[in-house]
Design a binder for this molecule. Structure first.
Ligand code: MN
Length: 201
């Protein structure tokens, strides 16, 4: 049911760029339906309710991430984070970085394998819900950032390159309590072509 608030605020959820079966078995069709259609769309709808009558109704998700607090921040960040998350996967991913991105990873971490190890370690260490990011600072140095809840590294002046959703809703239907298995599967569907495009932009 379209509410008045929704019509006025107009932020529209984005469709997935691939079929719901495309990432199976790493992420099942059922998980994608719940994760995209219920959780992500829910954040966008909630944001539409919250921004009515505020200056944020005319702003972008990025501006809200930098400027808002409380519910508007949480729902704008979750909307942006999920769009960024869903867009980085492919049924036919490029499995490893090359060129300038690989150079930056090697400079920042020593090796590609060390970067992956740090992502896996951070995902295991984050208590509760949140996100693990590969992010770039203004000098081009990359780091692994651990953000609880609806965190986003843009808040700290960093540019996100990819993210791992470690909220239970991202993996519980497929992996139950086995978060490390979900993170292992993440590497199978992460499209490094997409990450390279983000880095080179
Ligand atoms: Mn999520």
């Amino acid at each position: 049911m379209a509410t008045q608030a929704f019509q006025e605020a107009h932020f529209a959820p984005k469709d997935l760029a691939y079929d719901y079966q495309a990432l199976s078995p790493c992420i099942s069709e059922q998980t994608l339906h719940f994760h995209h259609d219920k959780h992500y769309v829910g954040y966008v709808n909630k944001l539409n309710e919250l921004v009515v009558g505020t200056p944020f109704a005319e702003k972008s998700f990025e501006e809200m991430i930098l400027e808002a607090d409380g519910g508007i921040y949480n729902n704008a960040a979750q909307a942006w984070n999920h769009e960024f998350y869903f867009e980085q996967f492919s049924a036919t991913p490029k499995h490893a970085p090359e060129g300038a991105l690989l150079d930056a990873i090697s400079r920042s971490f020593g090796s590609y394998d060390e970067m992956k190890r740090r992502v896996v370690t951070a995902a295991g260490a984050l208590f509760g819900s949140g996100w693990i990011w590969l992010a770039e600072d203004k000098e081009g140095k990359l780091s692994v950032v651990s953000s609880p809840n609806a965190g986003n590294p843009m808040r700290e002046g960093l540019r996100p390159l990819f993210c791992v959703d470690v909220w239970e809703h991202a993996y519980y239907l497929d992996y139950q309590n086995r978060r490390p298995d979900a993170v292992a599967a993440f590497w199978e569907i992460l499209d490094w072509k997409r990450v390279e495009e983000r880095f080179e932009k």
